[in-house]
Design a protein around this ligand. Structure first.
Ligand SMILES: [Zn+2]
Length: 108
């Protein structure tokens, strides 16, 4: 009878340990799902931007008020950003966007 009681306790302790381990696993799984949700939200935003980029292609104006405009900022973010001259090569005209750092070389 004493042995049976001990074995019942052994099984109870084992059940407790298994439950602890599952609780820990549940916490890790919740964390992993949260990270996936954040990643999914970021990808959906990028998808929206990529889908709407084609529509902005036709509304891109390379020059506004005699200033060249960054194609990256317009197509990707729908923002007007001037390209400013950045003298790197004496043979070519080089322009850089201050917002996204995109560089365009106008070969002479
Ligand atoms: Zn830009």
């Amino acid at each position: 009878m004493v042995q049976m009681t001990d074995f019942r306790m052994t099984l109870k302790y084992e059940a407790r340990d298994i439950a602890y381990a599952e609780q820990h696993r549940a916490t890790e799984l919740k964390r992993a799902i949260t990270l996936l949700d954040e990643r999914k939200a970021k990808l959906l935003t990028e998808l929206d931007e990529a889908v709407s980029a084609r529509a902005r292609r036709d509304s891109y104006h390379p020059i506004i008020d005699d200033t060249y405009q960054c194609p990256v900022c317009w197509i990707k973010k729908s923002e007007q950003s001037p390209l400013v001259p950045s003298a790197r090569s004496s043979d070519d005209d080089s322009y850089r966007c201050r917002l996204c750092e995109h560089e365009v070389i106008h070969e002479m």
